[in-house]
Design a protein around this ligand. Structure first.
Ligand code: NAD
Length: 363
């Protein structure tokens, strides 16, 4: 297949990790007989230096014309006055919000997967870590409490009163539910929809629409779980989850909880999806300015984001699995970057880690 991929290296370790992950994509193209073309554009601090804004129009235009976007990370040392002594909409991270909005990305996917080789980093009890877990959270990204009308007023009695509004439309719920059920079909065929339907009207609508969508997926099991119970179940029995589907704020909190029980945030990829197959793929971590340019960054979260790109934007499931298997193999053989290093393992740098993964990609 032919595909156009936009690369946004960004700042800090971004260029190093995107270089390794895009070379992995090229290795996949060579091994499986695809033709990928890449266009590299600026975003974040480097775009501010070159063009005066964190998200140049050209970057958005290039991204819109491509099948998928692979992003490193943006931002510098927050104490760096060159980028941070300005209005929030001119700071490097404003590029992230701008590109998500500009590409209409409404579904945020965060997998939480425990590699058996890294299970000692899991903060849960050993028997739970040994049981392992492999879930992906689908968080609605553009609706709910974070986007509703808000105000703070001083009442007649002099006390302050603040209001936030939680609004969801049927269409907003349906489109992300469809994405979650589609993904479940490629996995263990179970969707757990999280809400607070015992209290909130928006949650009752959420549950009703999810049940309607479920009718089109008779091969997928659906269950509903209240958010407070879900927060407990994530630490009690994470192995029960396959696809977790939830609204914006619940997803914000639960996806951080799920990533922490893996113990290795430097390993976690993410994807943001919109209409059709277009998506933006990036590691869950930031630009790590403290280790930039030293060839010590862990490129695996970005490489695993590239695997998600193959799966969700290009529909290349076997190729995505080939990348994930190569990463698992490298870990099994005992290679580690500094952030996931443990006794008796072999320490490697960013470049070598990328190379080791590429050498293990096979059809
Ligand atoms: P960070 O994730 O960049 O770094 C936190 C710690 O983890 C640091 O010690 C860093 O060295 C380490 N680390 C992160 N990624 C690593 C990797 N791949 N390999 C090895 N070690 C790694 O978070 P921070 O320090 O809070 O933020 C730094 C900058 O990144 C800030 O400007 C912040 O705004 C930005 N940021 C960007 C994104 C994004 O682009 N999506 C996300 C979060 C933070």
């Amino acid at each position: 297949m032919n595909a156009k991929i936009t690369l946004i290296p960004g700042d800090g370790i971004g260029p190093e990790i995107v270089r390794e992950a895009s070379a992995v994509l090229q290795k996949v193209a060579d091994v499986f007989g695809h033709s990928f073309t890449y266009e590299e554009v600026l975003m974040g601090g480097c775009a501010i230096d070159a063009c005066g804004v964190p998200l140049p129009e050209e970057t958005l235009k290039t991204a819109r014309k491509s099948d998928a976007v692979l992003l490193g990370a943006v931002g510098g040392n927050v104490g760096n006055s060159r980028w941070y002594d300005v209005a929030p909409n001119l700071r490097p991270e404003a590029g992230l919000l701008g590109i998500r909005k500009g590409l209409g990305l409404y579904a945020n996917l965060r997998p939480a997967f425990l590699y058996p080789e890294l299970s000692q980093a899991c903060p849960l009890r050993k028997e739970k870590a040994d049981a392992g877990f492999d879930m992906v959270i689908f968080r609605e990204l553009t609706g709910g409490l974070y986007f509703g009308a808000r105000r703070t007023v001083v009442r007649e009695d002099g006390l302050r009163e603040a209001t936030d509004t939680l609004v969801y439309t049927e269409e907003e719920i349906r489109r992300i539910a469809v994405k979650a059920f589609d993904a479940a079909r490629l996995r263990r065929k179970k969707v757990t929809s999280v809400d607070k339907a015992n209290v909130l009207d928006s949650s009752r609508l959420w549950r009703a629409v999810v049940n309607e969508v479920a009718k089109d997926y008779p091969d997928v099991t659906v269950e509903h779980m209240l958010v407070d119970n879900c927060a407990m179940q994530l630490v009690l029995n994470p192995a029960q989850f396959d696809v977790l589907l939830t609204e914006n704020m619940f997803g914000d909190i639960l996806s951080d909880e799920a990533s922490m029980i893996t113990g290795s945030i430097g390993m976690l990829p993410s994807a943001s999806l919109g209409e059709g197959r277009m998506g933006l793929y990036e590691p869950s971590h930031g630009s790590a300015p403290d280790i930039a340019g030293k060839d010590v960054a862990n490129p695996l979260a970005t490489i695993l984001s590239a695997a998600m790109l193959l799966r969700y934007s290009l529909g290349l499931e076997a190729e995505a699995q080939a990348v994930e298997n190569a990463v698992a193999q490298v870990l099994k053989e005992g290679y580690r970057t500094g952030d996931i290093m443990s006794e008796g393992k072999e320490r490697v740098g960013c470049r070598s880690m990328g190379q080791l993964v590429r050498e293990r990609i096979e059809k």
